[in-house]
Design a protein around this ligand. Structure first.
Ligand SMILES: [Zn+2]
Length: 296
């Protein structure tokens, strides 16, 4: 059976054809998200037309998703006009295929749950650090969706009242302080140097950069401690390029353990295993669930 999976990111769109459960290759092309919702639909149709004998389409997308009505509940201006779009139904009409749609961080968490670090844990929180922070909550081996599909918007918990303005329209959100972009902005503001995440860690011997990284790790950890108190997970699985730093993962684990209510010291902090194909794996498992008529 062939399942086409597409992971729509704000910058790049990845896709790949699973054949009998195996993903032999993945491809990518620019999303051009700024061209808006209609362009996104056209892009998916264009990619779908390249493949034959597809049984189902699995979509992982930026924005928050109602997986039952297969529509976008909320998207920032990163994709103009995306909020409210019934993307699943439109694609079903246009392609004639059954379509499963899910938020990208939730897809990545499903991928980790099925084939990655989440296989070991029944209760875990997945967070992906990049431009913003995506999240997903896995409870008793399933992704928690809440009543609107919004659950897992961990990047938008308020951690600084009246803090920095966020893309969601509110202030003081976790991602404004703990995303990779937040770290790079504070390095730029305090030192005048513009760098990417990898360069920042490569220059951590520089005292001024070390200090910014240190303060940023405190922000990352503060959010995780709150989440640990709320959800009591056995593990945090952290994704995004910046979390490929083993030292960073260890440091977060060290600062977090012992700090929750009850002082528990056995909360695992680990690096996501599937990297940038996690979303495709999640989209695949969602599509398979749809074909066997299970809820995502
Ligand atoms: Zn926000």
């Amino acid at each position: 059976m062939k399942i086409l999976t597409i992971d729509l990111g704000g910058t790049m769109t990845k896709y790949g054809l699973f054949t009998d459960g195996v993903l032999p290759a993945s491809y990518e092309r620019p999303t051009d998200a700024k061209k808006g919702a209609k362009h996104i639909i056209d892009l998916i149709c264009e990619i779908t037309a390249q493949f034959e004998d597809v049984s189902c389409l699995g979509i992982s997308t930026c924005g928050y998703v109602d997986p039952w009505d297969k529509k976008i509940v909320f998207s920032t201006d990163a994709v103009p006009g995306y909020t409210g779009v019934p993307i699943g139904k439109i694609l079903e009409q246009k392609t004639g295929l059954p379509v499963a749609v899910e938020n990208d961080a939730k897809c990545a968490a499903i991928g980790e749950m099925q084939e990655g670090k989440g296989m070991k844990y029944n209760n875990f929180l997945f967070l992906s650090y990049g431009t913003g922070i995506g999240g997903a909550i896995a409870v008793n081996g399933a992704i928690h969706h809440g009543s609107h599909g919004l659950a897992g918007a961990l990047g938008h918990m308020t951690i600084h009242a009246d803090g920095l303005e966020c893309t969601c329209g509110r202030r003081g959100c976790y991602e404004m302080y703990a995303s990779t972009n937040a770290l790079l902005s504070s390095i730029r503001d305090r030192t005048g140097v513009t760098m990417n995440g990898r360069e920042a860690f490569a220059h951590s011997g520089d005292k001024r950069i070390r200090r910014e990284i240190d303060l940023w790790i405190d922000e990352v950890t503060a959010g995780l401690i709150s989440l640990a108190n709320i959800f009591d997970p056995s593990a945090f699985i952290l994704g995004g390029g910046v979390m490929e730093q083993e030292n960073l993962i260890r440091e977060i684990g060290k600062r977090l353990n012992g700090q929750t209510i009850g002082g528990f010291t056995d909360i695992a902090v680990c690096q996501a295993k599937l990297g940038n194909t996690a979303g495709l794996y999640g989209a695949y498992y969602n599509a398979m669930a749809l074909l066997t008529e299970k809820q995502p």
